[in-house]
Ligand binder design. Structure first.
Ligand code: C2E
Ligand code: CA
Ligand code: CA
Length: 698
């Protein structure tokens, strides 16, 4: 050992020793990077990376050896044999590469150590071949003990190095592999040099191709620099590619492919980031949920391509309308969630939501029509409403649902009472499924009377739900839920069938009015359903009146017009319900082949208190007369109402004054109490009663 150390101190020039150390350490670092990269890569690429690691690793050992040799202070040196010098480089590159393949691919559990041993042996061989390249004025005398020791060092340290580099280690040992490798090279070199003594003798003729030490120095450094540079550049290019791929993946993972705006994951990340960045801030974060209305109908009527177009156009326009600190994401389906920071008051949040709602209001061109959508919005604020992204989104969602189910045109702010309503809503939606099959619905009938004679002209069928635990649930509560969930199509079909069957059994050919929801009208199937029901029940078409609201047709006017024309061809009559509450009543009226206008009960209810209501009723009656349509006033509760309506010339009325909606048994009996036809009664109850009860009665 002492001899080895003295060899280091006295026989080597410290400048070259330092330079060799520098080459060695930087080369080893690069080699290990490449090795790690090769082990991570796919099969074909892996071989290339491991080869590159072998080239750099071998060249590192080789140049370390030669740079150190240049500092080997002996006056006997003439130069280096070129062939052996190059051969030693080739040898070490090949063995190092093979060692790396073994470490990566060999099927034994000690492959890392085996690979390392091969590398160590290769480096040691390189050392001695390199020494034989020395042309000196003297003879080589070997001390074999040191030679063997140098092999042992190289093999053991290299095996240890690969063991550390390829097996999981702790943080403290993260450099242990590289250190072992460096130590292996250093130990080999100086032990190997100690093994050698040159005994001088008289002039020896150098072999033909001799490189001078300075030429070799330049060569070694140039080779190492070029190799190192090439490997480094390759590694950097790869790193950048990986980063690009990572960014692209991140983009895909956080964005919605259809609209290009961020998706749910992107949204949650964005809110999270804002919350951590501005946790101590006085400004708040607003989360706005906005859901498109009539989207489902557009999808049903015009196909998914139209639906996609609506989503894309809305997303693009809304993104354009965003300002600094605002963010838009598609939450799923036709729901978008936007975020704004900083927000200083609820008014700021409401204004932001209003801006998005205005965007949703704009018509969207599709083929040769304009699709009209609108939005419902709700918002929640951080920190007062919720303190987590999921909580904020959920509350904004609840507020949005409230806006939707109440037909709110403005954005609704979250407040805790809405959460309770929301839970109730989901319970209703759940209980509604299967309610038709379980026979929980019943139709009530409310008379429509002639103003002059006060005679009953017909009945409006109004649905009632006998909920097993809640009792009677108002349609005002469950119809909006059924419309949202799509269950209305099924429920509406049941109501239509039941009303027609009932009316067909009446003695007098009175009309029956049935309410039709927007979603029912959207489906092409609806016309066929009406035709089949008329055929099956035998009800004369002119006795059936379908009530539809303006909101049911405004979504897609050309389609609704098409549907209404086909329905009219069947001979049924069409009434426009809730007249006066929509937006474009006059234009719609002129375009649509309605038979009847029903003035909303709100206006009659306001008659005493609101001058405006009286004016609207008068205008509606005049309009109806000029367009040759029957006008019905809803919600007539008093004789004062009747007097006013008679004066303005309204033909028909419906309201509590003449009767509340009642079960069919109640409306049929008082109507003709004395001569009630038992056959008729039996017929109308036939479906409601179990067979054995029927036979007991007769
Ligand atoms: P609507 O079509 O406007 O029905 C008239 C509503 O006004 C009924 O409420 C009726 O009970 C009420 N009403 C009648 N006369 C008076 C009155 O003099 N004063 C007052 N204050 N109210 C009066 P109802 O039965 O609760 O129905 C609510 C809504 O539910 C209906 O409004 C209709 O839009 C919907 N609906 C009911 N049945 C069906 C159905 O089978 N299908 C569909 N799609 N919707 C239905
Ligand atoms: Ca109605
Ligand atoms: Ca109405």
């Amino acid at each position: 050992m002492l001899k080895v150390l003295s060899c280091l101190a006295t026989e080597h020039n410290p400048v070259f020793t330092l330079l060799a150390a520098l080459v060695c350490v930087s080369g080893v670092f690069l080699t290990f990077r490449l090795l790690a990269r090769g082990r991570r890569a796919e099969a074909a690429q892996s071989i290339l990376w491991l080869t590159l690691a072998g080239i750099i690793g071998g060249a590192t050992a080789w140049s370390t050896h030669f740079v150190a040799m240049l500092g080997y202070q002996t006056t006997l040196l003439i130069g280096y044999n070129a062939v052996l010098t190059v051969a030693s480089l080739a040898l070490v590159v090949v063995t190092t590469s093979i060692g790396f393949y073994i470490a990566a691919y060999c099927r034994v559990s000690w492959r890392a150590e085996a690979g390392g041993a091969v590398i160590g042996a290769g480096i040691a061989l390189m050392h001695y071949v390199g020494l034989h390249a020395l042309e000196v004025q003297g003879d080589f005398v070997w001390e074999w003990g040191y030679v063997i020791a140098s092999f042992a060092f190289a093999i053991l340290f290299s095996a240890l190095a690969l063991n550390q580099a390829t097996r999981p280690t702790t943080y403290m040992f993260r450099y242990s592999g590289k250190l072992a490798f460096v130590l292996g090279i250093v130990a080999l070199h100086f032990t190997g040099m100690t093994a050698l003594t040159i005994v001088p003798h008289a002039l020896v003729m150098p072999s033909t191709t001799v490189l001078s030490p300075s030429l070799l120095a330049g060569g070694v450094i140039a080779v190492m620099l070029i190799l190192g540079l090439v490997a480094m550049i390759t590694y950097m290019i790869d790193l950048q590619n990986a980063r690009h791929a990572g960014e692209r993946y991140r983009h895909l993972a956080l964005h919605d492919p259809l609209t290009g705006v961020e998706n749910r994951a992107g949204l949650e990340e964005h809110i999270e980031t804002l919350m951590t960045a501005y946790s101590g801030d006085t400004a708040r974060i607003a989360v706005v949920a906005i859901d498109l209305n009539r989207f489902k109908e557009i999808n049903d009527v015009h196909g998914h391509a139209a639906g996609d177009q609506v989503l894309r156009v809305f997303a693009a326009r809304a993104s354009e309308a965003l300002r600094d600190g605002e963010f838009l994401s598609r939450f799923g389906g036709d729901e978008f969630v936007a975020v704004k920071h900083p927000v200083y008051s609820r008014r700021d949040a409401a204004a932001f939501a209003a801006r998005l709602l205005a965007v949703a209001q704009r018509g969207i061109e599709w083929k040769d029509t304009t699709l009209s959508v609108s939005g419902s919005a709700g918002y929640a604020l951080y920190p007062e409403d919720a303190r987590s992204p999921a909580g904020l989104i959920e509350y904004a969602d609840i507020a949005m649902y409230h806006a939707k189910s109440h037909g709110e045109v403005n954005a609704v702010a979250y407040d805790p009472s809405l959460a309770a309503a929301n839970r109730e809503r989901s319970v209703i939606a759940m209980d509604l499924s299967g309610a038709v099959e379980r026979g929980e619905f019943e139709l009530y009938y409310q008379p429509q009377n002639d103003v002059a004679t006060r005679e009953v002209l017909g009945y409006e069928a109004l649905i009632r739900w006998h909920h097993p635990t809640l009792g009677m649930v108002s349609p005002a509560v469950f119809i909006p839920v059924a419309e949202e969930t799509g269950q209305i199509t099924h429920i509406g079909a049941w109501a239509l069938l039941d009303a027609c069957r009932e009316a067909a059994s009446w003695e007098k050919p009175l009309t029956v009015a049935v309410n039709v929801a927007a979603a029912q009208l959207a489906s092409e199937e609806f016309v066929r359903l009406v035709r089949e029901i008329l055929l099956e029940t035998g009800l004369e078409p002119h006795r059936l009146e379908l009530e539809m609201t303006e909101s049911g047709i405004i979504g897609d006017v050309p389609h609704a017009l098409h549907m209404v024309r086909q329905l009219k061809k069947l001979g049924v009559r069409i009434a426009m319900d809730d007249f006066g509450t929509g937006y474009s009543s006059l234009a719609t009226l002129q375009n649509f082949p309605f038979d009847k206008i029903k003035i909303d009960r709100e206006f009659i209810g306001n008659l005493g208190s609101n001058q405006h209501s009286a004016a609207i009723i008068k205008a509606a009656v005049i309009l109806g007369a000029s367009l040759d349509k029957t006008v019905v006033a809803e919600g007539v509760e008093s004789e004062e109402h009747m007097t006013f309506l008679e004066e303005v010339g309204c033909n028909t009325v419906q309201g509590y004054l003449f009767g509340k909606p009642q079960p069919v048994s109640a409306i049929l009996r008082p109507q003709k109490p004395a001569e009630a036809d038992p056959g008729l009664q039996l017929k109308s109850f036939a479906e409601a009663l179990p067979a054995e009860q029927l036979s007991a009665a007769s």
